[in-house]
Structure formats: C-alpha cells, structure tokens
Design a protein around this ligand. Structure first.
Ligand code: PBG
Length: 332
C-alpha cells in the first residue's frame, strides 16, 4: 500500500524537481546503450549503403558495411544487433528454401559479424516473409496460412541460423507451436545455449509499413496478416501467448509494436517477470524521424523520451532503429 502523504504545504512535490542534481537523485528510470538491440537491413553487394526512403537515416547495408555497423555498435556499448535480409526477388520461391540456405544473406552476415566482433550478440529473424513469393510469414495454401508445415520450415531456418553462429533467434512468425519445435531441434543439434527471443505478442499492425518496404515484401504481400498476428485490441490474448511461449522454452519475450502497446509491456513484465523487450517498429521510427526532419518535433528529445518510456513500462530493453543515435547521445 501507498504510505500516506502529508498534505500541502508539508508535501511539495516540486521540491525534488528544482535542480538537475535533485532530479538526478530521484530519477526512477535509467537508459543505457546496454538496453538496445539494433535492427539492421542486409543486402547483397559490396560497399553498399542504400537509403530507405520511408525510414530517413536508415540504410540497407551490404555484408561488409554490416560488419562496420557491428564494430560501431560494440564500440558504443550496444550489446546486440538484429539482422533482416533484403532478398533478391529472384530467390523468392513457393517453398522459401532460401530461408535455410547456409549461404543466404542473413547467415553470411552472421558469420562475418561473429568473425569480426565475437563479443557482439547477433540476433536473427525466423519467419518466411523475406523469402516468400506471397510476402507472408508462413505458407499460403488455398487462401489460408497453414501452421504445421510452416513450423517445419521455421525449424530448418532456425537451425541454419544457429549453425551460422546466431546467439539469439527471434521467431517473428506467430505460428502456434514454433517455440517448442525450434527449442527441441536446437537441443538435439548441440545448440543448447542459443537463446530464443519470442515475438510472443505481435499485433497485426499498420506500423510495419516502412519495414515491408525496406525488405521489399510489401509489393508481394497478398492480403493481410490477421489470421496469425493479433488483434490490436486483445490484451488478455497477449498474456496467453507470452505464457505459452515461455512454457515452450522462450528465454525472453517481445511485445511488438512498442509505443501503442506499453500497457502490454507492463502487464507482461508484472505477470511473468521474464526478460521483456519491446520492438519500436519501423512506423514508429518513421513518425518520429519524419516529424523531426520537418522540424515539427525535436528529434533527439522525442527519441530519448520514447526510449525511456519503454524502460518505465517495464521493458528490459528495446529493439530500435535509433540504437546508434541514442547510444551516441548517452555516451556524451
Ligand atoms: C515479419 C516481420 C515484420 C517486422 C519484423 N519481422 C513485419 C511484418 O510482420 O509484416 C516488422 C518490424 C518493423 O516494422 O520495424 N516477419
């Protein structure tokens, strides 16, 4: 229970807000570069850094440039980088076999980063959308996304990522049973130390638009993802998904998108106490970066405020495209 507070004027809550020193003493929430996972887009080629027009300041990087980014992340104190491949449309197929090709872009980038900056944790994404001619995270059969056949493919994809050296695997597909299936495969194949960061509460969101552009998956996408991603109004269902994924062997859970879903972050942390992350997604980034570019908001202040809010809501960390910019500011 809340201790009783003396009435005004004995209690003046502005006393602790008067100077920076006093404010620092009573600060409840701290933000450090150690709170960030930096998502980066990988493409083929060499020496390439290609701007993504709906995400000002974010580029698709060739593997050599991703390695440079990884070095930068490590120097800034960012503990992890997360890879998303922009796949040549010619490699997209019905069976999505490129997803478990040991030589695919994601696996090449993982190996290159682990060779150059072994201390940096590499996270990879499990879902078929970068490789699927339909743009979906799972197989489409007769107008339906099929669950169990998709899970078999996701298991192969996850194994190829672990073989390439991924430290953290992030299933973002929202199929049922994939965490358990991937966990058993990793155990059986000697990858018992690979972490699973489950995109457990992932909502069918309009805020993923710029990401789908970045990945070249928006043109391809047939229909929407509502048969596997959640209804934005469902909070109890989010708790059931988180509980389910933890029970199947997820080490950490994610809520996605972030800012419109801080109540879900808070509930997840309070109800389960597991390491909890939010994904400040591409559309959130675009809103802040776009408004800042036009001078409508102070970009740096809005960025830091949004990131602090995730910590206040109970998140242990945030996947954010702002990671390097925020870390630079924090490091002074
Ligand atoms: C799909 C995936 C998406 C994102 C990460 N993984 C998009 C989607 O579900 O359509 C979105 C990330 C972002 O918007 O920044 N597997």
């Amino acid at each position: 229970m809340r201790p009783t507070q003396a009435p005004f004027p004995a209690t003046r809550l502005r006393r602790t807000r008067r100077t920076p020193a006093l404010r620092a003493l009573v600060a409840e929430t701290t933000l450090t570069p150690g709170d960030f996972i930096w998502p980066v887009f990988v493409r083929d080629g060499e020496g390439v850094s290609e701007p993504i027009h709906s995400m000002p300041g974010v580029n698709r990087l060739s593997v050599d440039k991703v390695v440079e980014a990884a070095r930068e992340a490590h120097a800034l104190g960012i503990p992890a980088i997360c890879l998303f491949p922009y796949t040549d449309p010619a490699l997209k197929t019905e069976d999505c076999a490129e997803a478990w090709n040991p030589e695919n872009l994601s696996n090449k980038a993982t190996r290159a980063i682990k060779a150059a900056v072994p201390e940096l944790a590499v996270m990879t994404d499990v879902a078929l959308d970068p490789y699927n001619i339909t743009g979906h995270d799972g197989y489409l059969e007769d107008g339906q996304i099929v669950n169990d056949r998709t899970v078999e493919a996701l298991v192969k994809q996850a194994l190829s990522q672990a073989d390439a050296g991924a430290d953290i695997i992030g299933p973002s597909d929202m199929m049922d049973g994939r965490i358990g299936a991937i966990r058993s495969e990793l155990e059986a194949r000697g990858h018992e130390n690979v972490l699973l960061l489950s995109y457990a509460a992932k909502f069918a969101s309009a805020f993923y638009g710029p990401f789908r552009d970045a990945l070249g998956a928006s043109g391809a996408l047939k229909g929407d993802k509502k048969s596997y991603q959640q209804d934005p109004g469902n909070a109890n269902e989010a708790m059931r998904l988180i509980e389910r994924d933890l029970s199947e062997g997820a080490d950490m859970v994610m809520v996605k998108p972030g800012m419109p879903y801080l109540d879900i972050c808070r509930r997840a942390k309070t109800e389960f106490g597991a390491p909890t992350f939010a994904y400040q997604v591409s559309g959130e980034y675009a809103m802040l970066a776009g408004a800042a570019e036009r001078g409508w908001i102070d970009g740096e202040k809005a960025m830091m405020e949004s990131l602090t809010a995730f910590k206040r809501a109970g998140c242990d960390g945030v996947l954010t495209y702002f990671a390097p910019a925020a870390a630079r500011l924090l490091n002074g």
